[in-house]
Design a protein around this ligand. Structure first.
Ligand code: AMP
Length: 230
């Protein structure tokens, strides 16, 4: 796909999409599929912040407690992370924004960051989900500590108990913010601060609703159909 914007004449610009939906809607899962199927790049501010926490950087140390409470990190920090990631990504590579933007301020930041680089938003894919079911989904999830493959206590246990189906590792991890109390705070933050950005994108004709309660393959097919249709 080509865009005009500030891109040099004739240079192909990758597609840019946002996956929007509350915690546990399947944004990370679907982003990983798009990376694999389409060679796009996933920009997850949650993953970037968790990496900073793990590395013990000053930003990570400051972010840790805020994340464990399920509250949002300052707009300027997450938008700074996205700006750096954009600078490291060739213009021809498509991008999936996962967990960003989460506030109206971040949405405005993203517009500016993209425009400065000759990119623009193509689709905002809204994963429509039932909140009650999400709490159940989130509080049971865990992943392989080595390869990151995702599992669930009730819906997707490893085929051999305690052994990762994908890489054979026997070490698993859970996110510290996937406990019920924090999940409720994350949902409240979503409703108060993130949901209000949907009408902004709807007014620009960018919102594509997808049933996020369907099984993963169906959601993947629905997103693929949207992207193929342009
Ligand atoms: P996620 O992995 O997207 O669910 O994010 C985990 C946590 O990281 C959130 O609950 C926030 O504390 C923080 N976080 C991630 N992305 C953002 C963002 N775009 N704005 C503010 N805080 C964020």
């Amino acid at each position: 796909m080509t865009q005009s914007g500030g891109a040099p004449a004739g240079e192909a610009v990758g597609i840019n999409i946002i996956l929007l939906g509350p915690p546990g809607a399947g944004k990370g899962t679907q982003a990983a599929r798009l990376v694999e199927d389409r060679g796009m790049v996933q920009m997850s501010t949650g993953d970037m912040l968790r990496a900073a926490v793990k590395a013990g950087t000053p930003m990570g140390i400051a972010a840790k407690a805020v994340m464990e409470r399920g509250e949002l990190i300052a707009d300027s920090i997450v938008s700074g992370l996205i700006g750096e990631a954009l600078d490291a990504t060739p213009l021809s590579t498509g991008i999936i924004f996962d967990g960003y933007p989460r506030t109206a301020e971040q949405a405005a930041n993203l517009d500016a960051l993209l425009a400065e680089r000759g990119r623009r938003l193509d689709h905002v894919i809204e994963l429509e989900v039932d909140e009650e079911a999400l709490v159940d989904r989130i509080t049971g999830r865990f992943s392989c500590a080595k390869c990151g493959a995702g599992y669930h206590d009730r819906y997707k246990l490893p085929k051999v108990p305690g052994v990762c189906d994908v890489c054979g590792s026997t070490e698993f991890k859970r996110r510290p913010d996937d406990v019920a109390e924090t999940v409720r705070m994350r949902m409240a933050e979503y409703r108060a601060k993130t949901e209000p950005i949907l009408p902004i994108y709807a007014a620009r004709g960018l919102v594509r609703p997808v049933d996020g309660m369907a099984d993963m393959e169906t959601v993947e097919a629905a997103i693929a159909a949207l992207l193929t249709a342009g």
